[in-house]
Every structure is written in C-alpha cells, then in structure tokens.
Design a protein around this ligand. Sequence first.
Ligand code: COA
Length: 568
Amino acid sequence: MSEQEIKVPDLGGADEVEVIEITVSKGDSVAEEDPILTVESDKASVELPSPSAGKITKITVKVGDKVKEGDVVGMMEVESGAQTGDESGGSDESQNDADEKPEKPEPEKAEASESKSDDAESKPKKASSGGGARKEKVQVPDMGGSEDVPIIEINVKEGDEVAEDDPLVTVESDKATMEIPSPFAGKIGKILVSEGDKISQGDDLLEMQVTGGESGEDVSDTDEKPEAPASQESSTSAPKQEKQPAKEERQAAPEPELPPAGTKVHAGPAVRKLARELGADLTRIKGSGPKSRIVKDDIHAYVKQQLHRTQEAGAGGGAVTGGSGIPGIKLPDFSQFGDIQRESMSRMQVATANNMARSWLNVPHVTQFDDADITEMENFRKAQKAAGEKRGSKLTPLPFLLKACARALAELPQFNVALDMEKKEIVHKNYIHIGVAVDTPAGLMVPVIRNVDQKGLWELADEAMELAGKARDKKLKPNEMQGACFSITSLGGIGGTAFTPIVNAPEIAILGVSKAAMKPVWDGKEFQPRLILPLSLSYDHRAVNGADAARFTALLSELLGDIRHLLL
Ligand code: COA
C-alpha cells in the first residue's frame, strides 16, 4: 500500500474553479475514475475522478474552496504498484501508461477550446438559411472534442426571446454538463433537436430570428463569432430566470418532493447558480429531468412551495398546505366516486379561508356559553316599532347587543387589547370599535362600527343597516372593515342554539349570538315563559382567562336582561 496525493487535473485552461460538492469521505473505497468531488466554473460543472482505485485517507478541501490545476485535494491509499492517473502531479508515482490514464474531465476540453482558441472550429456554427436576411441556423459548436453528447435539457422554446449567451440547450457527457449558449440575441424559431438526442459539433440545433447585429452571412464570416459552450467568462450569460420551460410537462412541474437521503445531486451550472442565488438547497429538491436531473423549473417550483409554506405558516396556516408545518390534506380524485364539477374560488373566499385557518391555528380558542333573558328587551324593542317606521329605521336585537358589548369591553378592558407576541407587549385600546359579521352572497364580510360606546340605539341600528347593505352590495371600503376591537356574529335571524365562532384575530374575542327562543324559567315558585338568547363568547385564552370570560357573558346577560343598566 502506498499513499498518493489526489490532485486537480488539467482543467482545460480554466483558472480557478469552485468546489461545489465532495462526493467521498475519509475511509471510502473508490474505484479508479469514481468521482471525488465536483467543481464548477461559470459554465460547467465537472466531476474530478479518482486517479486510482483505493481508499480515501484525507480530503483537504471543503465546499466553496477555489482550486486550480495541480492543487492537492486529498490523499488516498492505493495498492502498491497500482496505476495512477495523476498526470498532473504524481511525479513520484510510477509512470502511467497513457491508455490507462483516467480521462480528463470533459469540460477541460470544452474550456480549453473556449479560452485558448479563437479558431473557427471552436465557435458555434451559424449558417444563414438563405431565406430572410436575419434568419440563422445555430449549429453545435466544438464541445471540447466530445461527440455524441446527449441533450439533457432544452432551455428555450419556439418564440422565446433570448439574449446572446443565454443557454439554448444543456448537454451532459459522462463527466461534465455544459450549456450551449446562444450565439445571437433574437427569437427562437424551429427547434431541430429533442431532449435525449445525441449531438456532435456541426449538428443543427435550432433556427432563430436574429434581432439587430449582422445578417447571417455577415455574422458567420466575421470575427464576431460566438464562443464555444462553457466559454463565457462573464456571468452576463446567465439565463433569464423567467424563461419558459422547454417542455409542457415542466410548465406544470409537480410540487417538489424531497429526494431520498443521500441522493446525489445532478444539476447543470446554470441550475446550480440559480439555486445559489435563490438560496435553494439542491439536496432537498427532487429533479424532474432525465436521471432525476434538477432543472430550473424544479428550483422555481421548490422556492415557490417554500414561500407558500412560509407565508401560510406565517399566516398561521392555510387551506392548502395546512401551514405551520402541518401536512396538507391530499385530495382524492373525487370523480372516481361520482360526477363532479370544479369552480374557482373567489378572492374573497380564498381570503376568508386563509383568515379562518390563520386565526384558528394561531389563537388558542375557548368558547364560553351563556344565556340572556331578553324578554323585557324584546318588549321594549317591539314597542319601538312604530317609532322606527317613522324614522325609517329598524330596531333588531343587534343594536342592543352592540351597546351591551361596548359596555362590557369598557368594564372588562382585558378584552379590549391586542397581543404583540413579537414585542411581548399588550396593546390596550382606548376606543371601542365593533365588527359585525354580515352574511353576503359573495361571502362573509365584517364591517366595523366605530365608537359604539358613544352612539345611541337608533344610530347603531341605522349604521348597522347601512354597513350591512354596503357589504351585500360589495360597496364597503377597506377602511370600513378595519380597526375593530371585538366582533359580533349573529345567527339569530337564522337559527341554532349555540356555536363556536372563530376569533377575528388580532381581536381577542367574538360574541356569537344564536336564535332567541321561549323557554320555561323557574322563578322560585313556578316556571315562567321567558325569551332566552343564547350567547357564545369565543376568546383568545392567551389574553383572557376563563373567569374573565364568564364575567363578560354574565355582564352581557345582566345588561340585556335589564337594558336600563345600559344607562348606568
Ligand atoms: N333571535 C331571534 N331573532 C332574531 C335574532 C335573535 N338572536 N336576531 C335577529 N333576529 C330577528 C330580527 O329581529 C329580525 O326579525 P324581525 O324582522 O321580525 O324583526 C330577523 O331576525 C332578521 O334580522 P336581521 O335582518 O338578520 O337583522 P340583525 O340586525 O339581527 O342582523 C346581520 C344583521 C347583518 C348581522 C345579519 O343580517 C347577518 O348577516 N347575520 C349573519 C352573520 C353571519 O353569517 N355570521 C356567521 C359568521 S361565521
């Protein structure tokens, strides 16, 4: 056994390349040419092969390090007398038979041609179609000597506008992934290749309409020839991220799943660059390309999904993903059970669904139930009917509820707060604005009545009627739905005996009102028929304790039971 240095081989003229992945660890047994690490230049990612078969004893670089030809990246133990492929620095090792040297990484050839050669061979060939003056046929340039290299991704589609140097197709040989850049700025015409096709220098790639610059004839014979793949040193050739995917199935890239642990990342340089720019961890992205190669759409889909999750989680949850890290609910194919139709949710339905889920997931809810004897209140209310008609107003139980809640909020100010959990502060509000849930054909809306404590019953009745009308006619302005301290949701006109409303966070409580019903109430001597109004107070248990909630509903019950108390 002898120890051998693992050195960076000739990189085909590329000065420094970055280590983007280390594929082995100390103690790993490797075969000759097994990849040791992956390096990346502007345009190509390359696997550096093991010079011999043996056991890795040390890796002396880490991801992010810059290396150049001849740098030692690790050590390995090899069988004495074993062949070494370290042609660049293994001077103390036995000389290699040229035939047994591991192949140089492919891109070195590509990059060698790019950076050193100016000869026409290294440029992508462009032949004038002979038709329109600006129509060009783009041909495969010199790929560092590689022939029959499979196309793994077509980065453009017919009709795309591309800048010069934008990647047209990505090819992958055994050892390297390269992008073939556009020699012109212009519009992509017919694409003459497909994914999986094996291409060689001179093959027709696609047609394009060149915008500006020289005509086909002129360009193909001037010095302004585009460079070979992997030859762009500037990063201006970075592809446009918004570019449409080449294939339809990519456009509807599936929600990315996590690849199995230990899966090797296959991705081209532009994809890796995009991942770095967006901070996406490639090991967490499942590739949808051939051989599970990660393509740009996988990154976009992944980032989109992560953003969606974060937003939903930040919002406290969402109808789709469940938010807060809770796995979403997978829908079955309902059509297997019977006929179905699908329709888009309105923006309001989506907003309501998100708000409900957000509140429900963020707020520890408790609901306190109570009854109010509103027999006398109803007598009074009905007695106002004629007066109401005269004024053009209608006195429903709602204005009484508003007034009673305003009073309860004033007497129990722990309900008139918001919790600022970020700053660990309680925000006390010195105003009493109350939201009223209104059922509209378009969905639930909650207009806000301001300074309820300062208004009389008629005024509240009129305002509630006006706002409910505006809500139903979709005429509410955003500021008419903001600023509530507390909400009332009344299902009294419809029915039910109790329910558990969801707090309209950041408010900390909401009163649900069900349908009043005549009930026999024991007065100590006999049962009396009394009109009983069911109350359901949901509250944020972080802000309010159960005793306070019971005090709140008891106070409401007292105020509604004898509305003269509202005057005190
Ligand atoms: N018990 C018995 N009857 C009640 C009642 C109650 N708790 N509340 C109202 N009523 C009666 C009213 O007095 C009226 O009867 P009348 O015409 O004989 O006087 C009838 O029910 C209809 O009242 P309504 O038009 O609903 O007026 P309101 O002032 O009580 O309510 C709104 C106004 C806007 C709150 C109401 O129309 C509404 O949209 N409620 C639904 C809210 C909702 O969907 N919440 C669910 C949120 S998850």
